[in-house]
Design a protein around this ligand. Structure first.
Ligand code: ZN
Length: 311
């Protein structure tokens, strides 16, 4: 008979980013009430971590994250922040009402992203990461650091920066496959190699976050776990879709009601637009599922943020 080791070290943390990464998919914006409803559902389901939003992006997102934090029961409530002090402070402010809050800070680590997007040297990226993690730790004990475009980063550099951010206080280290580039065998090797080579890797939980550009998100996520990661980040398409279907049905009913008053032609045209929009949402989903749900979202267009982050 197989003995199941249930120690915390072997436990896989379930991190749901439907409300952050999922919402960044084109056309998948949710209302304040929809976000609260989904967060409550996820908390009741026993999800370990709920990434509730990206507080610096708008007052609305800040309010949603704050309210979800206030209402949280068991789940850790996380917010995303870029590698800027203001982002981190705003994020910490939003999650502070949670029983357990987390600040998640992301910075790009691949040569291409550092050079072209950040216009920073690798040394500057290390220094900035240390400063941001330390700043976040001054606010809160639970800090996640993400290496955007992690799977296209150089291993030597990644080992150095991961060791540095853990030393600075990062409790979770996330290595996203930001552009959906990796394959399972490679990701297993990559995570194993990283965890083995970073001297203080036992002080943090390593995390996977895969995009489904080539249909590999689920396989890659599981492969990352096989390589030693102990957190999976994903989003649920069904939760968001259910909200959208409800909204479209309401919109459709409204169009029909208006149509009966304003004339058939108007009604038909509006309902048809609503239907088209619904199909667009279905097509815009770039994820596949674990247990019928969905792993990870990706921003392909319509990014509303000041600086594109595709974590
Ligand atoms: Zn993502």
């Amino acid at each position: 008979m197989t003995t199941v080791n249930k120690s915390d070290k072997d436990r896989v943390v379930i991190f749901d980013t439907t409300l952050r990464d999922g919402e960044q998919c084109p056309g998948a914006t949710m209302t304040f009430e929809e976000k609260l409803e989904i967060a409550e559902m996820l908390d009741d389901m026993g999800v370990d971590v709920i990434e509730a939003g990206f507080p610096i992006t708008s007052e609305g997102d800040f309010q949603a994250v704050s309210e979800i934090a206030r209402r949280s029961k068991n789940a850790v409530i996380a917010g995303l922040s870029r590698a800027h002090p203001k982002d981190i402070d705003r994020c910490a402010e939003a999650v502070k009402f949670a029983k357990r809050g987390r600040v998640h800070t992301v910075i790009a680590t691949s040569p291409l992203h550092m050079r072209v997007k950040l216009n920073m040297t690798p040394e500057q990226v290390i220094e900035t990461s240390i400063a941001n993690v330390a700043r976040a730790r001054n606010h809160i004990d639970d800090v996640e650091w993400s290496a955007e475009d992690g799977t296209r980063s150089e291993m030597e550099f990644l080992c150095r920066i991961v060791e540095a951010v853990i030393k600075a206080g990062a409790t979770t280290v996330n290595i996203p496959d930001t552009v959906g580039y990796t394959v399972p065998e490679e990701y297993t090797r990559f995570m194993r190699n990283l965890i083995e080579r970073v001297p203080n890797s036992d002080k943090a939980v390593f995390s996977v976050h895969c995009h489904n550009d080539l249909g590999m998100a689920v396989a890659n996520s599981l492969a990352g776990i096989a390589g030693g990661a102990r957190q999976i980040e994903y989003r649920r398409r069904r939760a968001a879709d259910r909200m959208h279907r409800q909204r479209h049905r309401r919109a459709g009913r409204q169009c029909r009601a208006r149509g009966s008053r304003d004339g058939h032609q108007y009604s038909k045209r509006r309902v048809s637009l609503v239907e088209q929009d619904r199909h667009h949402h279905a097509d815009a989903g770039v994820e596949t599922g674990i247990g019928g749900d969905v792993v990870s979202g990706a921003v392909q267009q319509g990014d509303r943020r000041p600086q594109c982050i595709r974590a």
